[in-house]
Design a protein around this ligand. Structure first.
Ligand SMILES: Nc1ncnc2c1ncn2[C@@H]1O[C@H](COP(=O)(O)OP(=O)(O)OP(=O)(O)O)[C@@H](O)[C@H]1O
Length: 278
């Protein structure tokens, strides 16, 4: 491992706030008609439950009163304009933002304020949008890093990841930085799956992928979900994400705007006009 790779968990933080697309809020895209009466929660089955969450960076508040649920095995997606706070929701669940109020509950335990290392142990995996692999480490070493909290490398989990992404078995000794974008994304997902999480957080998994690889990536996410892992995903590719998911949240200006099944959101005139390009 090189000297600059001593942090065990890629957090996606390195390029903030200069990461393309996240530097400026694009409030001009936001709809004028807030659906204030909508409930944003599912039911008692939620494994992840955000209530009235306020969070941000240092003194800067980004999220206000956010409610969000993910049920066991559910596939939930968060869409919305640039700068709406979608990635901030993910980072908040994973303990990477400043918690300012409300509760984040996972499998019955409050996790707000816990560090990421502890949140991983609780059963949540996170794939950040950027800097999500260690480029100087081999594929296998990247996967091993996903299990760094364990005393020994779980060989069965490495095999499970290789079974899920066979190309990674072939590239096991290759440095992750030399892989294609799609393969790097597989490494990042594989690393996050090493501890067999109950909930996988995916921040823009299709970002930077060649168009012909995007639907392949979504198919892989479907299969991860089919095997029982709940998914909470942020996506710019809103139509495709809503088509695939069980339920969607539209977030605007750090607040809940709409919540419904993906199909209902896709069919909703206001959502289509304001957030999905008509
Ligand atoms: N590390 C940070 N420090 C300070 N402000 C930040 C940081 N990360 C994000 N922000 C700000 O928080 C706001 C919400 O950003 P976030 O990345 O959560 O939005 P997003 O909805 O995911 O946007 P995009 O679709 O463009 O990725 C933006 O105004 C952004 O500039």
């Amino acid at each position: 491992m090189s000297d600059d790779e001593t942090v065990a968990e890629p957090t996606g933080e390195a390029e903030e706030p200069t990461e393309p697309g996240t530097g400026e809020s694009d409030t001009g895209e936001q709809a004028a008609t807030a659906d204030a009466g909508t409930t944003h929660v599912v039911d008692d089955d939620a494994i992840l439950r955000l209530r009235d969450v306020d969070a941000g960076y240092g003194d800067l508040q980004i999220l206000s009163d956010v409610d969000l649920d993910v049920a066991e095995g559910e596939y939930v997606t968060v869409v919305g304009p640039n700068g709406a706070g979608k990635s901030t929701v993910m980072k908040t669940v994973f303990g990477l933002t400043t918690h300012m109020g409300g509760t984040v509950e996972f499998e019955g335990e409050q996790i707000q304020g816990l560090p990421p290392e502890q949140i991983i142990r609780e059963g949540i995996g996170f794939v950040p949008q950027t800097d999500n692999v260690f480029p100087g480490l081999s594929v296998r070493e990247n996967l091993e890093m996903g299990a760094y909290i364990l005393d020994s490398v779980p060989e069965d989990q490495i095999e499970a990841v290789y079974d899920r992404f066979p190309i990674l078995r072939e590239r096991s000794d290759q440095k992750a930085g030399t892989l294609s974008g799609g393969q790097r994304q597989m490494v990042a997902m594989g690393r996050a799956l090493m501890l067999d999480p109950d909930l996988l957080l995916l921040d823009e998994p299709s970002a930077g992928l060649a168009p012909d690889l995007v639907s392949d990536m979504f198919d892989r996410i479907d299969r991860i979900n089919d095997s029982g892992t709940a998914i909470l995903m942020v996506e710019q590719n809103a139509k495709e994400a809503l088509r695939r998911c069980d339920r969607g949240y539209v977030l605007v200006n750090g607040e809940n705007r709409y919540t419904d099944s993906g199909d209902v959101l896709l069919a909703d005139d206001a959502v289509r006009k304001d957030f999905l390009g008509g």
